[in-house]
Design a protein around this ligand. Structure first.
Ligand SMILES: NC(=O)C1=CN([C@@H]2O[C@H](COP(=O)(O)OP(=O)(O)OC[C@H]3O[C@@H](n4cnc5c(N)ncnc54)[C@H](O)[C@@H]3O)[C@@H](O)[C@H]2O)[C@@H](O)CC1
Ligand SMILES: Nc1ncnc2c1ncn2[C@@H]1O[C@H](COP(=O)(O)OP(=O)(O)O)[C@@H](O)[C@H]1O
Length: 527
């Protein structure tokens, strides 16, 4: 796992090193040049003779690119810098650029230009970096300057795409989307939130020696990031059973989901939990303890699809984790069931996942119930998408709107999830293209592994079942002692994302394809 930081945190960490004369810019530029060389080698047989053009602003971001061009020039690259931007209304020129960088480039034999040569293989976007404020329309700036980016050129953003807020992921104007972003010192949260993932392309991090200083950031301000190619602890959380396991020791997942209106939600949530391999999955209807005909239809559907499921109407049975809410709708009994399970969980310390319709039932009185569950050793996990979180905010917070007093109106997903988690004393799993998981103590994780193939009805029900399984299953004693609720939720999110990718390999799919794909992913993880 890597950590991500706001631009302000990165800039603060840089200060002592810059004051001590550390050559941060040259380290950053060297890393950028290496990444460009790698691209050139992959796309062209020869590095020497290839053209790399940088769109250079007047700040240090431009300085990075100028130094990188100087390194590339020494490797035989045709290196060209094009000043882009304005100062007091007048277009900037070479004289306005970072002086040392410009001199380094010229001394190395590079050149200044007013347009991007047609044979350019790589265009470096170095107009603005973390010093960007306000808004900018980069394509219009380029058009006004008579600069055209050739269609065949690969666009590499220096630190962040110019015009992207490096902390929040907002784009107040328009940016030039990058194929690759080479970022320096630490991963910026803006590359992972909001519009960031859409415009940053692949992200490579260059170590410039900030890590020790960033490590001093309070943990509630660091954001853990699960990298695409390393695992959130999927293997540890969804580990195979130990040799002397029995069905109760492996974990019993109790799921109250579905209604006559949405019977499929029950099947999908149950299917996900079953697919992870647990000791038992119980399905519990939302009617009174006697059940009724309507609920029996849902029950029959669940058992027909999954004969191994124990279906009934009593909440008071064995449960190592509860999942409440997928497909409940607004039936008259859901509220009683919701209250009953929260009270039971408070007495027993059972983790509870509140999804979909259950989220609509939460009010401020429940905060004390959630605290009770945590005190008893359990956890509460809310799994809203942005719309559901908005409704929670309206109901629970006195100031539901996004607060911009910290200069991060967005970081929206991160900030909103953290705020809600702290307010209600529960973990908040905020679903979307970037999934945010916030703990009540301020810690957070981001995962961008999931693709848009997951945006299909019932995919959230599947995720709720996976989170329930992660919280209720018994972990092997060895090697998993340090896994906390945040890790378990993160593992479920990652498993969901990997299942989406796996299912997609066989073509477009609906959510019922996810549970079989979960089994395939776990078979590989376990190998
Ligand atoms: N993080 C690190 O470890 C390092 C960061 N460095 C680089 O330094 C960069 C930050 O440099 P700076 O602080 O000089 O800032 P930038 O180079 O990001 O941009 C600042 C310039 O752009 C102008 N500007 C900002 N917003 C504008 C807008 N909306 N319209 C028009 N002009 C605007 C400012 O007036 C200023 O002249 C980083 O992004 C990174 O590339 C490296 O040089 C050293 C290592
Ligand atoms: N564009 C996207 N890219 C990646 N993941 C997405 C995207 N849109 C939605 N998702 C994921 O798909 C799932 C959808 O869940 P949800 O909205 O609750 O669906 P439903 O309620 O229909 O089951 C979530 O895990 C969410 O993170």
């Amino acid at each position: 796992m890597r950590w991500a930081y706001t631009a302000e945190q990165i800039r603060a960490a840089e200060q002592p090193l810059l004051a001590a004369g550390e050559p941060l810019m040259r380290r950053a530029a060297y890393g950028l040049a290496q990444q460009i060389l790698r691209l050139l080698r992959a796309r062209h047989s020869r590095v020497s003779g290839a053209t790399v053009a940088a769109l250079v602003g007047k700040g240090n971001n431009g300085g990075d690119a100028l130094w990188a061009l100087a390194f590339l020039r020494r490797r035989g690259v045709h290196a060209v810098a094009i000043p882009v931007g304005a100062d007091h209304g007048a277009a900037i020129t070479a004289a306005d650029l970072h002086a040392e960088g410009r001199d380094a480039l010229l001394q190395a034999g590079g050149s200044m230009a007013t347009h991007v040569p047609e044979d350019t293989a790589v265009v470096v976007d170095a107009i603005f970096g973390t010093g960007f404020r306000g808004s900018a329309d980069v394509p219009t700036m380029l058009r006004d300057a008579g600069v055209t980016v050739p269609e065949h050129a690969v666009v590499v953003a220096c630190d962040v795409p110019s015009g992207l807020n490096a902390s929040t992921g907002e784009i107040p104007g328009v940016v030039l989307p990058a194929d690759l972003t080479v970022t320096f010192g630490g991963l910026k949260t803006g590359l992972l939130l909001g519009e960031g993932p859409r415009v940053a392309g692949r992200v490579e991090l260059i170590d410039v020696g900030l890590e020790p200083l960033l490590g001093e950031t309070p943990t509630d301000q660091m954001v853990g990031v699960f990298e695409k190619d390393t695992s959130a602890p999927v293997g540890a959380v969804f580990a195979p059973p130990v040799w002397d396991a029995h069905k109760y020791s492996r974990g019993v997942i109790a799921i109250s989901a579905g209604s006559p209106q949405y019977p499929g939600a029950a099947v999908l949530t149950v299917a996900a939990a079953v697919a992870t391999g647990v000791g038992m999955v119980r399905w519990v209807g939302v009617t009174g303890d006697d059940g009724d005909d309507d609920s029996d239809t849902v029950s029959a559907g669940v058992v027909a699809a999954h004969p191994e499921v124990i279906a009934g109407h009593e909440a008071d049975g064995r449960a190592d984790a509860w999942v409440l809410g997928p497909g409940w709708g607004t039936g008259e009994n859901v509220h009683a069931r919701y209250r009953q399970v929260l009270d039971l969980a408070g007495q027993r310390g059972t983790p509870v996942v509140l999804d979909a319709s259950a989220l609509e039932l939460i009010n401020n009185d429940d905060v004390a119930r959630f605290a009770e569950i945590r005190r008893a050793g359990g956890a509460v996990v809310l799994t809203p998408h942005a719309g559901e979180l908005g409704r929670l905010e309206e109901r629970l917070l006195t100031e539901p709107g996004a607060d911009d007093s910290h200069g991060r109106v967005d970081a929206v997903e991160l900030w909103r999830a953290r705020r809600m988690a702290a307010h209600v004393g529960a973990h908040v799993l905020l679903k979307g293209p970037t999934t945010v998981i916030a703990a009540p103590d301020g810690q957070a994780r981001l995962d961008t592994t999931g693709g848009p193939e997951l945006a299909t009805a019932g995919s959230g029900d599947t995720l709720a079942g996976l989170v329930g399984s992660a919280l209720g299953r018994t972990l092997p004693k060895t090697g998993s002692g340090t896994l906390d609720t945040l890790d378990k939720i993160a593992a479920a999110v990652r498993l969901h994302a990997l299942a989406g990718r796996r299912a997609q390999q066989y073509g477009p799919f609906g959510a019922s394809a996810l549970a079989p794909a979960v089994r395939e992913v776990l078979a590989e993880v376990g190998e």
